[in-house]
Ligand binder design. Structure first.
Ligand SMILES: [Zn+2]
Ligand SMILES: [Zn+2]
Length: 147
């Protein structure tokens, strides 16, 4: 179930937040009363940058997925997601595009490896068939010669 996150401070029902983040934590700061909420983001492979990826607005609406224990952020102005910095397999901070490209490269490598393995298997199979054909020819010749 996804719920809009609303500021929990008494008398405040702010639902627009500023973001403040680093690698381990994401702080939500209520735009009305400045209350801070800490969200653990250690299991993410990206860092959230506190600006909208589309319009550079700094305020966001926050949605919590209770079951998956996850949060979603949407720009309060245009509904886009915040800018993110991804960490690639070497621990280097990269843009989403670079990370995507890297992921695709890894997948391509896997696919290439699989195709290679498949080719090796086919060669083995062909090799096996050759031996079988040679054996059959030999047996045939033997049978013919015997008669
Ligand atoms: Zn508040
Ligand atoms: Zn925006």
């Amino acid at each position: 179930m996804i719920r809009t996150f609303v500021c929990e401070k008494d008398g405040c029902s702010g639902n627009i937040f500023y973001l403040e983040g680093n690698e381990e934590n994401l702080n939500l700061i209520c735009s009305q009363c400045k209350s801070r909420y800490n969200i653990n983001v250690t299991n993410k492979d990206y860092i959230i940058i506190p600006n909208c990826s589309n319009c550079s607005s700094e305020t966001f609406k926050v949605y919590r997925d209770i079951e998956r224990d996850d949060i979603y952020l949407k720009c309060s102005q245009c509904g886009s997601v915040p800018e993110k910095l991804y960490i690639d397999s070497d621990g280097v901070q990269v843009s989403y595009e670079a990370k995507l490209l890297n992921d695709i490269k890894q997948i391509m490598n896997l696919v290439e490896q699989r195709i290679y393995n498949l080719e090796v298997n086919v060669k083995d199979l062909e090799g096996g068939q050759n031996i079988l054909e040679q054996s059959l020819a030999y047996i045939n010749r033997y049978l013919v010669e015997k008669n």
